[in-house]
Design a protein. Sequence first.
Length: 175
Amino acid sequence: MEAMAAAGGVTKPILYRHFGDRSGLVGAIALTFAGGLQQEMIRSLREADENRELLAHTVDAYLRFVEQDPEVYRFLTTVVAGTALGSEAIGGFVNQLADQISLVVTERLRAAERDPAPALVFSHAIVGAVHQVGDWWLADGSMSRDAVRDHIVTMIWSGLGSLEATGDEGNPSGR
């Protein structure tokens, strides 16, 4: 708390007065981060008409956002996620994000005259894949964001059948 107060140019009592305790401060950081990420994701869902392009924009928005402040992301997804408050907050955020993506997937399935029933499954799978790969990518750092995005999009778009593809579709360049 001392380091945070010093970085913010205030005293510790001011931090405690405003946030109550450390968990209040962590909760405020988590809400701010999640709100910013959610705004980026919602904005990305409006950026493309074609389905694959929409997927690429959305994956890139997530990766770009966590890349901007990887220390806060790691703190929230490792330290904070291990607490009861953090687990509930992150779980709630992931579910909200999947629900928002599900609305778009439902709309796209209906437009293609397909059954929209699997929209929630698809949206949770997308969010889970992007989140897990994002965690790995920030820690590993061996690929560019563009390459990671392209690999995620290929896997989600073509499924694991893309591993059998011949040519460039199953193996985006950029490693």
